[in-house]
Design a protein around this ligand. Structure first.
Ligand code: MF3
Ligand code: CO
Ligand code: CO
Length: 262
């Protein structure tokens, strides 16, 4: 893992804008998760997300995103069902009782970005699925707790991994968290694994998106022919949570958390 690039320290004014966009991102994701019920298509969820953006005068950093020349991402939402890990492209597939769905949503406002994801149960799901969702959320929380000045970058991923490995789950290595601000993806990369005590010291004003992806089985990933949808190689269920988090002198401030959100 390369820790080399410069990590931006946001000014007071920039932090205020990140708070604003973070809260708006959270607000829309909360609306979406409430609509994830049996019979709803992921396309309908994407349409709803697009309306939420339009109504508030916000832009999508997802739509048209094409890192490294891949096919431009065609939607404003990532909707990943069951064995899909991340970057599921919305379409005509209907959610059914017992599915789990990860909704990953991003917003751009005035050049600043918010990025947040949640995995929810569609109706009632197996206890295995419930446990995966709860554990992945806890793993993210463990990582967030390490986001205090003076800790090192790799302390975050170490804490995330430790929680997931306790259940013998597979922690995805192929996708990682990231700095966020002027760009949706800024340095540094924030892996969800690794040894503690490595990398740069965390400082107030740094903002990272923390986003563990955890599989019941193997951590191995396969990307489908659509160039985006990432699935587990063994077909096991996968969960994903994400928050945009500011490091402050008083500890982590979760910019994409509002009452009722994850
Ligand atoms: N939101 C994703 C992340 O957490 C990136 C999605 S890129 C897209 O970093 F093009 F798929 F939208
Ligand atoms: Co995201
Ligand atoms: Co992200």
């Amino acid at each position: 893992m390369s820790f080399g690039e410069r990590i931006a320290i946001k000014s007071r004014n920039e932090i205020q804008q990140m708070r604003d966009v973070g809260q708006k991102t959270a607000e829309i994701l909360l609306e979406l998760r409430e609509k994830a019920r049996p019979g709803v298509t992921t396309q309908q969820l994407d349409n709803l997300a697009a309306k939420g953006l339009e109504k508030r005068g916000l832009n999508s950093p997802f739509l048209g995103y094409a890192p490294g020349g891949v096919a431009p991402y065609p939607a404003v939402l990532c909707a990943s069902i069951n064995d899909e890990i991340v970057h599921g492209i919305p379409g005509s597939r209907e959610l059914k009782e017992g599915d789990i769905i990860s909704l990953d949503f991003g917003v751009e406002l005035g050049g600043w970005h918010g990025d947040t994801a949640v995995t929810v149960a569609v109706g009632s799901v197996t206890s295995e699925a419930e446990k995966l969702i709860a554990t992945t959320h806890e793993a993210m929380e463990q990582g967030i707790e390490k986001m205090v000045p003076g800790n090192r970058l790799s302390d975050i991923g170490h804490a995330v991994e430790k929680r997931a490995l306790k259940e013998k789950y597979g922690v995805v290595h192929q996708f990682v968290g990231h700095g966020i601000g002027k760009e949706m993806h800024e340095p540094p990369q924030v892996p969800n694994y690794g040894r503690p005590g490595r990398g740069p010291r965390l400082r107030p004003g740094m903002i990272f998106a923390i986003e563990p992806m955890v599989n019941i089985g193997s951590d191995k990933v396969k990307v489908l022919k659509d160039e985006w949808t990432a699935v587990t190689v063994d077909g096991s269920l996968s969960a994903h949570f994400e928050h945009t988090v500011l490091i402050t002198d008083n500890g982590p401030e979760v910019l994409t958390r509002i009452t009722g959100s994850h």
